[in-house]
Design a binder for this molecule. Structure first.
Ligand code: 3Y8
Ligand code: NAP
Length: 248
């Protein structure tokens, strides 16, 4: 057995630790989006494979027998490529995917399908807006320059921002409720734009918004083709034929 973990999330990191403890031969893969990704207890590769064909060649060349897609719910291209490459090479694929956050009482969510709709959902008048959607999708907000934007990136911005005057927080998370409340109060945040990532690592801003009664423009997940998926590391380990201690 040789497993490939398509990683880059807290769940992938938890899976890597369990797989390493079980002594399973596995490789952890990052897309290469951040300058100093977290160390993993497994051999690690960084960077794209070169599309579907590149991933299929990698699976054959490296003798991969199982692929676990533990990427982020918005890493849709990687997930689609994994489905296609595993079908081409008849390699078993399993997704480790956290469930979306559900609106609960007190949440003021405006659900939208994509970033362009999120821009359109902002108010006309100037507002203090916290964009918690990373670096890759900030440019469309340039069409609404009247707002005071606070951005949060994993790494310092390396080129001019498409949002002049925006303030950048450099932090990789996971985030805590107290930190989010403090930041939002200090900056008098009035609106939050977020993606429905699910999981615990990004949830604190949603809880803070509810506490402060702030509206959240919530970008829903991109649709993905059907593929086998589980929510817990222990279910992945069973799929790999390894029973783990309860609660892993
Ligand atoms: C490179 C690996 C851990 C894993 C940390 C999780 C939790 C914190 C929440 C906010 C939202 C955002 C962003 C976010 C979260 C965890 C987890 C998660 C959101 C790292 C990581 C990589 C990335 C890539 C990065 C993206 C960006 C998205 C920031 C490591 C830290 C906004 C997603 O600068 C860039 O180009 C960053 C790009 C893809 C989305 C974007 O479009 O900008 N993640 N994030 C992975 C790789 O190279 O393969 O550096 O160690 C992983 C984590 N990010 O250590 O516990 O959900 O698992 N990551 C979003 O919208 O939710 C932050 O600020 O509130
Ligand atoms: P994406 O748009 O779905 O993928 C774009 C391309 O990046 C893929 O086609 C692939 O290139 C490469 N790639 C992505 N993830 C990879 C991985 N784990 N290993 C090897 N190559 C990878 O991906 P993304 O949204 O930019 O996310 C990139 C990484 O950040 C992923 O590891 C993801 O788990 C992590 N992450 C993303 C988000 C988010 O909001 N999107 C949040 C947290 C963490 P090739 O086609 O050349 O193979």
């Amino acid at each position: 057995m040789r497993a490939l973990i398509l990683g880059g999330t807290a769940d992938a990191n938890s899976l890597a630790a369990t797989i390493a403890r079980a002594g399973i031969d596995a490789v952890y893969s990052y897309g290469g989006r951040t300058t100093a990704p977290a160390e993993q207890p497994l051999p690690t590769r960084i960077g794209g494979f070169g599309g579907v064909s590149g991933l299929a060649d990698y699976l054959r060349r490296e003798g991969i027998t199982h692929v676990i897609d533990a990427t982020h719910p918005f890493a849709a291209e990687m997930s689609r490529n994994a489905i296609a490459a595993c079908a081409q090479t008849a390699t078993p694929l399993l997704a480790l995917e956290r469930v979306p956050w559900n609106r609960t009482s007190g949440d003021r969510w405006i659900e939208v399908a994509d970033v362009v709709s999120a821009v359109a959902a902002l108010p006309d008048g100037r507002a203090n807006v916290f964009l918690a959607i990373g670096r890759q999708h900030v440019a469309p907000f340039g069409s609404r320059p009247q707002h005071a934007y606070t951005l949060r990136f994993v790494d310092p911005p390396d080129e001019r921002l498409p949002l002049p005057g925006a303030d950048v927080i450099v932090s990789r998370g996971p985030f805590t409720l107290d930190n989010e409340l403090e930041m939002m109060r200090a900056r008098s945040i009035e609106w939050i734009v977020a993606r429905n990532s699910g999981g615990a690592g990004a949830r604190a801003k949603i809880d803070a918004a509810r506490t402060l009664g702030l509206p959240v423009i919530m970008i829903t997940r991109p649709p993905l083709p059907e593929r086998p998926r589980v929510e817990r590391v222990s279910e992945v380990m069973e799929w790999l034929g390894h029973r783990t201690c309860l609660g892993a």
